[in-house]
Design a protein around this ligand. Structure first.
Ligand SMILES: CC(C)(COP(=O)(O)OP(=O)(O)OC[C@H]1O[C@@H](n2cnc3c(N)ncnc32)[C@H](O)[C@@H]1OP(=O)(O)O)[C@@H](O)C(=O)NCCC(=O)NCCS
Length: 299
């Protein structure tokens, strides 16, 4: 059998993905050197909408893309992946065009890798910020570090504890002005998705929350929503204390203080992504309290 020509590749049908596609989705991640992340795909395909192109050689998926809708206010785009053997033949462009046509006037947001950014720029997306991926074993600061892993004295009244079922409403209330759009459909899935969900309180009022979920051999911190850096530090310290595995987080790079503190505690810069939007000048919400996304695929 001969290989299909590039022309026939871009004519391949796009279909909706469902939970039966978890393994081929994970295989595609592996093909690109990403963690298989079946657990994350499970969340994304149940709360969002996946699109895929079946590989013409019959070996799984040639390409995927995921959209996470937040009403008519925003759709996040992620998991744009093309199998190495079908690279640079227009599949990513075709999937993105399909997604843009499907969402119509709804604004889009995504975290672009270096490989993806030229395509998004070409399609009209604009850069609005960056996120730094850091990872490693979280520990006490080394000799060059500036202090122990505790919140500053001015925030000594902030305490953290594991979230309980009846915290969800308060989390949603806190999250709304920070994320800028209602994402109850995702937050309601966090207790089942996370290994640990932690809330921060001051005088009985919720001032932050964060989740810890498994990815490959690491545990990811996200979302990380907090009133200030000290609260974010208290949440990360509490989550880190629950695991021996390396941590990973995609921290918005305006939060330099938190990034510096994470580095002092053993996490290293791994890569960075460019936050890009289409149809809106910036991400909605309050960037000062938005430290890290749930995943870069959910915006
Ligand atoms: C990024 C990715 C999805 C592109 O898929 P693709 O099907 O090869 O892309 P296309 O053939 O549709 O190319 C579209 C444009 O993307 C850009 N592009 C594609 N591959 C690229 C690469 N390796 N480096 C830089 N730019 C690239 C080019 O601008 C290209 O346009 P051109 O062919 O006119 O030059 C693919 O390389 C991939 O899966 N990478 C790993 C995962 C990843 O980083 N995904 C993006 C997440 S934001």
């Amino acid at each position: 059998m001969h290989s299909p020509s590039p022309h026939s590749l871009v004519d391949l049908p796009i279909r909706r993905l469902n939970r039966g596609d978890l393994v081929p989705c994970a295989d595609l991640c592996e093909d690109r050197g990403w963690p298989r992340d079946e657990h994350r795909w499970g969340l994304l395909l149940s709360a969002g909408t996946g699109y895929g192109i079946d590989a013409p050689d019959g070996k799984g998926l040639a390409a995927t893309c995921l959209t996470m809708p937040y009403g008519s206010g925003l759709t996040a785009v992620g998991m744009l992946l093309v199998a190495e053997r079908y690279a640079r033949q227009g599949l990513a462009r075709r999937l993105m065009r399909h997604v843009m046509e499907t969402v119509g006037d709804t604004p889009l947001a995504l975290y672009a890798t270096e490989q993806g950014q030229p395509l998004y720029e070409d399609l009209g997306f604009s850069p609005v910020g960056r996120a730094e991926r850091v990872g490693g074993l979280f520990g006490a600061p080394g000799p060059g570090g500036s202090g122990p892993a505790v919140a500053s004295p001015s925030r000594a009244s902030v305490t953290t504890r594991p979230a309980a079922a009846d915290d969800l409403q308060a989390m949603v209330r806190l999250d709304l002005p920070v994320f800028g759009i209602d994402r109850t459909h995702l937050l309601a899935r966090l207790p089942a998705f996370s290994d640990r969900l932690q809330v921060a309180e001051e005088h009985g009022e919720l001032v932050g929350y964060a989740a810890l979920w498994p990815s490959g051999h690491a545990e990811v911190v996200g979302p990380l929503i907090a009133r200030d850096t000290a609260t974010a530090q208290a949440l990360v310290s509490a989550l880190a204390a629950t695991t021996d595995r390396p941590l990973r987080a995609d921290v918005h790079d305006r939060h330099k203080e938190l990034l510096g503190w994470l580095t002092e505690h053993g996490l290293e810069p791994l890569s960075s992504t460019t936050v890009m939007t289409y149809g809106i000048p910036d991400l909605p919400g309050d960037a000062a309290r938005r430290f890290a996304p749930l995943t870069v695929a959910t915006g």
